[in-house]
Design a protein around this ligand. Sequence first.
Ligand code: HEM
Length: 409
Amino acid sequence: MSTGIPPHIPPERVVEFDRFNAPQLQSCPHQQVSALFERSPDLFYTTGDRGHWVVGRAALARDMLRQPDKFSSDPVHNPANARHPPTLPNQCDPPLHTGLRRIINPFFSPAGIQHLEDDVRALAVRLIEAVLSQGHCEFVSQVAQVFPVELFMRMAKAPLDDREMLIAKVARFTRAPQIADRLAALNELGDYLQVLIAEREAAPGTDLISLVVQAQVEGRPLTADEKRGMVTLLFLGGLDTVTAMLSFIMAYLGQHPEQWQRLVQAPALIDHAIEELMRVHGVAGTERGVTRDMVYAGVSFKAGDRLVFPAHIYGLDPQMVEDPLRVDFDRPVSNHLVFGAGPHRCVGSHLARLEIKVFLQEWASRVPVFSVDAQGDLPTRGGLVWSPEAVPLVWPAGPASTSVGQAAP
Ligand code: HEM
């Protein structure tokens, strides 16, 4: 492992930023990291996390993510990001990528997820009611971590009896302090999903896993590795991301009662407001490998250079949004890149929006007043997905109203 700076990197483009351990990630990461990036070159190189470029501006990122022939998702061009088997469809390029996305796009389209809304709502209500009468909760572990896992189980028609076991494994995978423990949990999750894959191969149904195992790509069935890679990413892609986004949003609303009151008084505003809340609370990024030596945006790249795109903060780029740290439910929806850009743009974006919208609607109708029960800034963690460590919430316990739009006085 080399931590040196390759000879083609000009010293003026080197900035210290370790995306796992940078001090800016320990609290208020959106404000702190975007402030660092504003002071840094648009494209800079860091020795952190085995050395890579960082694309610090939204417009550049959008342009680069739209050019997979130059900036590839295939680990062949970015060995530091190799996984076995590769997670799909995110670790391949067109044309294979186009074929794999065609399999799952209809399931996750706005029309495709409509039938999930009742399940999402029932789940949100059950989770809220489980904590409602106690007047407080630790939101990340008691609500936000459970919500997307259970939703995936419903989409995959996985036995709900496995719920607690799966939630525990996912929590170990995303939060265990030791990397060895996290990788062990990932393998156990892969083995669990492999059993479901085998079951659906033997007796296909109408669920998401059956869709993947029966599909064809480029005129042939998927290989065993492709099936496992697809099912694994469809499972993991929507877990930590939704958990983290919902946790950041609830922390923000608990710290800004005037903004929460607007949503409680006018729940129809939630649909629009979540775009603004997501813009300032990006949680995930991505990476690419440079396919050939080239000069792009005035920078000389070598084939195999690694590029990291912190999409977490592109919504805060002042070149894209005026006064970006101000959360303004009345501004027009911005093209925020929180779900990426180009062919790999998040397939689950409509589902994520649905989960967050429905959750806020149901919370608004039951918890008209709440706050964060902590002094100072909440501790957060960096890495691939940024998240608050914990979000202690508190609210007046007691009988609550039960329908959206009828907030208690
Ligand atoms: C707030 C929640 C979410 C955020 C912030 C988010 C973010 C992202 C981003 C930035 C990408 C682009 C990766 C790249 O360019 O390489 C992506 C891709 C992806 N996301 Fe999400 N995601 C979220 C929720 C979900 C959900 C609910 C699912 C459900 C299955 C999902 C599944 C995926 C998959 C499968 C990909 C790979 C798409 C491809 O490579 O074509 N995500 N996501």
